[in-house]
Design a protein around this ligand. Structure first.
Ligand SMILES: *Cc1c(COP(=O)(O)O)cnc(C)c1O
Length: 404
């Protein structure tokens, strides 16, 4: 995204142009940025060519997943619906891994029938259920066990998943018992050790600790895993201050780790692939002058983009047209919903805004549209892909008649 002659553009298409054609609010994705992210990800880890399974939950647009699949990526899914979307987007079953603590019998049966690469189990009960279904269908099923390494990801507590108090994964003692159990099973093949310690991780240290914990548990289990699935969680630069996870550094750590283990690495990145490809275009409905600040009431709300309300996360906001003149007021950008958490950002010294002006909310490609809802009976936004300066609608705006 950049300003050309004071007009904000995505791959040379102006925000104004998009808003005029498709109205607001609109999710807009940049194909160029997607390509850059995937190329960079692959390049960073190319010395051990991992299988990269895109975490579908971060963006579930089938047309976008199709583009991602064309780069050779697989999928990490956490529900039957996501598995069906991944298949519909053309991702081959042998590149799909299934994660999650509560897979139902229906979900497990479907996954077994489709012969996906791995079902990563998160409890003894789940292992027993997979075994029961496999036996009933006279099948032999490849599974992984998700290990809980008890590592602090040093990220928001709401998106931390690798500590022993979290519901995810299996602790050391149970892990060792389960490994023994599966080794003897006729219907289960233990293929993978998986972990995922959290999201938006900016520092490589938690990953180092995670790899150390893996080293230990593998030694104790005395088992050679065909796959080691390191999950996702790679943090991106939301603040535009160049602080993001150093992938090359992480890569070096993994290379060192692999000297002792003859395993294929799997990654499950979501945010780092699609986070910064998405922009949410919105129009100012009203400006309400408050005591110390002005409320900029947008036509976009927490139902369209829930991350600020859910995690208190901050997404940068930029004007669609730069006029340069700044005001010494505090602007609070809010949505129209009757909830105090329906707000996006508070900014001092923003440029002067007027009613009907266009603004954009940045870096909403991951956990933006996929977390959206119809709260307040608001239709979900349109989704647009900009590829080679051409605009393509990849998901129509929901019609009010469909939801009323
Ligand atoms: C959410 C999730 C991911 C993706 O996390 P990002 O932070 O978006 O990379 C990967 N694996 C599992 C098991 C997850 O739950």
């Amino acid at each position: 995204m950049k300003y050309i002659k004071k007009k904000l553009t995505i791959d040379r298409v102006t925000i104004q142009n998009i808003a005029k054609k498709f109205d607001t609010p609109a999710y807009c994705y940049s194909y160029n940025q997607l390509k850059k992210n995937i190329d960079n990800f692959k390049k960073s880890f190319k010395s051990f060519s991992p299988l990269i399974c895109f975490a579908i939950k971060s963006n579930t647009n089938v047309n976008l997943i199709k583009e991602i699949s064309k780069f050779g990526l697989g999928a990490d899914v956490v529900s039957l619906g996501e598995l069906m979307k991944a298949l519909k987007a053309g991702i081959k079953p042998n590149k799909i891994v299934f994660s999650g603590v509560g897979k139902t019998s229906e979900e497990i049966s479907f996954a077994i029938n489709k012969k996906i690469l791995l079902i990563n189990a998160e409890s003894k009960s789940e292992i027993l259920e997979i075994e029961r279904i496999a036996k009933k269908n006279k099948k032999s099923v490849d599974v992984g066990i998700r290990f809980n390494p008890n590592v602090d990801a040093k990220t928001l507590s709401q998106i931390s998943t690798g500590k022993k108090e979290n519901k995810f994964g299996i602790g050391e003692k149970d892990f060792l018992e389960l490994t023994k159990y599966i080794k003897k099973s006729k219907n289960l093949n233990l293929k993978c050790l998986s972990v995922h310690i959290g999201s938006q991780i900016l520092d490589v240290k938690p990953y180092e600790n995670m790899l150390q914990a893996l080293n230990k548990i593998i030694k104790k289990a005395n088992y050679s895993f065909e796959y080691i699935d390191l999950g996702g969680g790679m943090g991106i630069d939301y603040k535009n201050d160049k602080k993001m996870l150093n992938l090359k550094n992480y890569s070096k750590n993994i290379k060192r780790f692999l000297k002792n283990h003859n395993s294929k690495i799997i990654f499950e990145p979501g945010r780092s692939i699609v986070g910064n490809i998405g922009t949410l275009i919105s129009r100012v409905t009203y400006i309400k002058e408050g005591h110390n600040k002005n409320f900029i009431i947008l036509d976009v709300a927490m139902n369209d983009l829930m991350r600020p309300a859910l995690y208190n996360s901050k997404h940068r906001i930029m004007p669609a047209t730069k006029i340069g003149k700044k005001v010494k007021k505090t602007y609070e950008f809010v949505g129209p919903i009757c909830e105090s958490t329906d707000k996006f950002l508070t900014i001092n010294n923003f440029q002067k805004l007027f009613e009907k002006d266009l603004i954009v909310i940045c870096d909403v490609g991951a956990y933006g549209m996929s977390l959206s809802s119809n709260y307040n009976v608001r239709p979900k936004p349109i989704e647009i892909l900009i590829k080679n300066s051409k605009i393509k609608v990849i998901n129509k705006r929901q019609k009010l008649t469909d939801i009323v």
